[in-house]
Write a protein that binds this ligand. Structure first.
Ligand code: 8YV
Length: 325
């Protein structure tokens, strides 16, 4: 079986594929044009797909009828039309669990950075404005005993809630499609309606899988209802928030601040006005960027491709329903 890997990944994954006797193709340069990417997809049986730049939609599947499976190098699969994949009996692999700690670490880091105004203070130091000690200047807020609201309490949200509770004794509330019984039992997390989540959270952190109908769910009408001391954290997908509305809410101090590891659009434009605000911390989508998580992702993606090549079910499958029909 021929496997197209569109960007270099940790060696562990490539070695696993080769040791399993698979033919692996990795292009010389990894900033492929859409046409180059498509032509490589046409020549191979499987894709180990890195990054979200290319969409797996109806047009793609029509153009590349030879593709039998796609192992995503991500837990998110919002760039895949799962319905279309199911109709064509194409299993889609993803990489859950191995990045939950790393991604939640970034949410936790952003929460603290924004609460203690780290970007603002770092800018002051860089511009030579350390200044005299001033008891009333550059004050942050403490997180002890405050309420963390999680939108989408799954594996990553659970890790974030656990850390926030252990470090700051935060109360956990959440809104999901389904109850998370483990979080209710172990973290005393309380299920609330979407409106209650917005209105009661001191920190609101998004950890849900992104679905198209949730596009810009977090917009002006939502920021309007949040507490004035609230911190908005998005480490999931930039599409969840309307960035102009977020800018307005931050500039007008309707909320305290925002920590973003994902932006809308992504990458963010260099001259996006949100970058000028002192109550914002923006990172370039580094949630899973640790040696441990990226090795784990390479291993899981390789396991998925190898399982397919042996005629087995994908062990880490984003669309397990594909095996029902
Ligand atoms: C990846 C991610 O860095 O897993 C995800 O869903 O967003 C990140 O871990 C990104 O998708 C690149 O593949």
């Amino acid at each position: 079986m021929k496997v197209f890997v569109n960007k270099r990944i940790p060696e562990i994954g490539i070695n696993m594929l080769k040791d399993a006797g698979l033919e692996v193709f990795i292009p010389e340069h990894d900033t492929l044009s859409h046409d180059e990417w498509l032509s490589y997809c046409k020549e191979n049986d499987a894709i180990l797909s890195v990054g979200g730049a290319f969409k797996y939609d109806q047009d793609f599947f029509n153009e590349c009828p030879n593709i039998k499976t796609i192992a995503l190098y991500s837990v998110g699969f919002d760039h895949v039309d799962i319905k279309e994949a199911n109709q064509r009996h194409i299993p889609i692999g993803n990489t859950p669990d191995v990045l939950s700690k790393a991604t939640s670490d970034v949410a936790f880091l952003l929460m603290q950075s924004v609460a203690r105004r780290a970007s603002f203070n770092f800018e002051k130091v860089k511009s030579g404005n350390w200044g005299d000690f001033d008891p009333l200047h550059a004050l942050g807020q403490e997180l002890y005993g405050k309420t963390l609201g999680i939108f989408g309490l799954g594996r990553i949200g659970f890790e974030m809630a656990k850390k926030a509770q252990k470090a700051f004794d935060m109360n956990i509330i959440y809104h999901n499609r389904h109850h998370n019984e483990e979080a209710e039992r172990e973290l005393n997390a309380k299920y609330v309606s979407f409106d209650e989540l917005i209105e009661q959270s001191d920190v609101l952190s998004i950890h849900a899988n992104f679905r198209p109908e949730q596009k810009e769910l977090f917009n002006a009408s939502i920021f309007e209802k949040m507490k004035p001391n609230a911190i908005f954290i998005n480490t999931a997908r930039g599409g969840f928030h309307n960035q102009k509305d977020l800018y307005d809410a931050l500039a007008e101090h309707k909320i305290w601040g925002a920590g973003l590891d994902v932006t809308n659009p992504e990458p963010i434009f260099k001259d996006d006005p949100i970058l000028e605000l002192s109550n914002v911390c923006v990172l370039p989508h580094i949630g899973s960027a640790t040696i441990e998580a990226r090795d784990g992702m390479a291993r899981l993606a390789a396991e998925n491709i190898i399982a397919y090549s042996k005629g087995d079910k994908l062990p880490h499958c984003a669309n397990p329903e594909v095996y029902n029909n």
